[in-house]
Design a protein around this ligand. Structure first.
Ligand SMILES: [Zn+2]
Ligand SMILES: [Zn+2]
Length: 337
């Protein structure tokens, strides 16, 4: 598909492209954000490996206290289960380290629980459609901090432009970090934008080029399910980078960036969130949220099958085996052994 054939002059009416016309999507960006198809046990095992890697790196640079915290975090768990489903997992200790995959999941769940009701309410009150916009920038030799500042500054400039104000009514942003094979930082901004009306993607490309000076690669796709859209963007907050490629120097650099913000709101959505009253809710959002955040005790009915819940005390490795048992047992059979 030749993108230049779609290019419209700046003064053409943006209505020429139909909503849902996906021909403009930039596959270079989409490719790296495929859905995750691994099982729960595989993901749990991977989190253990990631933490082992982080612990080794921390010991290697003399951060023994940090290593100890990461090792203790989620090492023993109180699991509330019916035998087939897990209703709640309570860890013995949480390290709250920003690169910890277990703490990242908790953080991302908290963000979802906080922002989903606000997004639903915002969509009910305004004539806007949510889109997932990915903004990228050219690679340069720079630190992670410089890379993140560069893209955030460009986004602030973008928001001040007439084009942006005409087509977007605020939203959320989150940062994603990756590194290419040459070791250059590659920072993306994932934006859930509340779009007022349809526009030609090429115009947005021109706007992004105007504020960055050299970047025009971006991707935009409509969000049909806001819960799934939010889950997708907070994923980058819970897993800010590919830790497998992380070395001792990276960890040292990361520890210097104590309070870098990874997620935020902007525009009219930001003001809306400030004034939001959670009791002012006409939908039943809670039923769609992750069951792990609800308060349950032994004897309560399993939220998935209504069988009584009981408590299990498991180590992190026991939990992986427990997940495997559930995954391998046929529906209807209890997965404990
Ligand atoms: Zn942790
Ligand atoms: Zn159940």
């Amino acid at each position: 598909m030749n993108l230049s054939s779609l290019h419209l002059a700046k003064d053409s009416p943006p209505a020429k492209l139909q909503p849902g016309a996906h021909s403009y999507l930039d596959n270079r960006v989409i490719k790296s954000h495929r859905e995750n198809k691994r099982t729960r046990s595989q993901r749990a095992r991977e989190r253990i490996r990631t933490k082992e890697h982080l612990t080794r790196l921390a010991v290697g640079i003399g951060e023994v206290e940090l290593a100890d915290k990461i090792e203790r975090c989620h090492s023993r768990l109180l699991v509330l289960t019916c035998g087939r489903h897990i209703a709640q997992v309570i860890p013995n200790f949480t390290c709250e380290f920003r690169l910890c995959p277990d703490c990242g999941r908790r953080r991302s769940r908290k963000l979802q629980n906080k922002y989903l009701p606000m997004m639903r309410a915002f969509l009910r009150h305004h004539h806007v459609k949510p889109v997932h916009l990915v903004l990228t920038q050219t690679h340069r030799v720079e630190t992670r901090k410089q890379s993140s500042k560069r893209i955030k500054d460009a986004f602030v400039k973008l928001q001040r432009r007439a084009f942006w104000k005409e087509f977007f009514k605020g939203g959320t942003w989150s940062l994603e970090f990756t590194k290419d094979k040459n070791g250059l930082h590659h920072t993306h901004l994932h934006i859930i934008g509340f779009r007022r009306k349809f526009f030609d993607i090429e115009l947005l490309r021109d706007e992004w080029l105007a504020v960055t000076g050299d970047s025009h690669v971006l991707n935009l796709k409509p969000i049909s399910d806001i819960a799934a859209g939010l889950r997708e963007v907070v994923k980058y907050v819970s897993k800010p980078l590919d830790i497998r490629r992380f070395g001792a120097e990276d960890l040292r650099e990361f520890l210097k960036l104590k309070n870098m913000r990874m997620f935020g709101t902007f525009g009219e959505f930001r003001d809306f969130c400030k004034g939001f009253d959670p009791s002012d809710n006409d939908g039943d959002e809670a039923s769609e949220l992750d069951g792990l955040t609800r308060d349950l005790v032994e004897g309560c009915a399993c939220p998935k099958c209504a069988a009584p819940l009981f408590e299990l005390r498991l180590s992190k490795n026991d939990l992986v085996r427990f997940y495997e048992g559930i995954e391998s047992s046929p529906p209807g059979k209890v997965g404990t052994s």
